[in-house]
Design a binder for this molecule. Sequence first.
Ligand SMILES: Nc1ncnc2c1ncn2[C@@H]1O[C@H](COP(=O)(O)OP(=O)(O)OP(=O)(O)O)[C@@H](O)[C@H]1O
Length: 208
Amino acid sequence: METDIVAARGVRVELGGRPVLDAVDLTAGPGRIVAVTGENGAGKSTLLRCLAGLETPSAGRVEVLGGPPADTPAFWRDVAQAADEPAWYPGLSVREHLELALSVHGRGRLTAEGALTAFGLEERADLHPLSLSTGQRQRLTLAMALIRPSRLLLLDEPERGLDAAFRERLAGLLREYAGEGGAVVMATHDLALARDCGARLAPLGEAR
Ligand SMILES: Nc1ncnc2c1ncn2[C@@H]1O[C@H](COP(=O)(O)OP(=O)(O)OP(=O)(O)O)[C@@H](O)[C@H]1O
């Protein structure tokens, strides 16, 4: 029987004294891609934060990889996240950022050169990330998450800043990740991206 990588049941989160999530269920097994959708303020990022162990629900239960998510190094070895733009190391180029991720994680799903090609960053490899355009930096943010092995990928609006052609390419990269047995949970406003990567839609209710 397939064991869920993510299992959230009856999740409730209150922020600023108001319910942001209430009775939310979400599951994702190996090889599955789930697209959490909903209008601005619906709670998509909050739900992802719950899955990352960065927010604790006041009710309900969240299990990731068989236990409660915890913001610990051991948890993050199995879980890769691309949400807000990360802090870039001063003095390290685009290529060196990718090499750094590989050196820390020991082995990669892609080589640094493979990632530069897959994410269309070959011609920007020797620049510092802050010299890239917004969409190029988003490509690098995603490359940093996808270059290393993981079992769960949490993506908050991965489409941010990406051109249409690269969004299609991203759908293929996510399908490949799922094809290797990982689960993807992404918050998105891009229904074409969700469709192209074969995601199951998990709509959240109206903003409260
Ligand atoms: N620290 C906080 N205190 C009070 N309210 C908060 C806090 N953080 C988030 N909220 C509220 O929680 C709600 C959900 O926010 P969240 O960022 O999860 O929405 P979202 O669905 O990801 O929105 P978007 O599509 O705009 O990214 C919003 O109404 C927001 O104002």
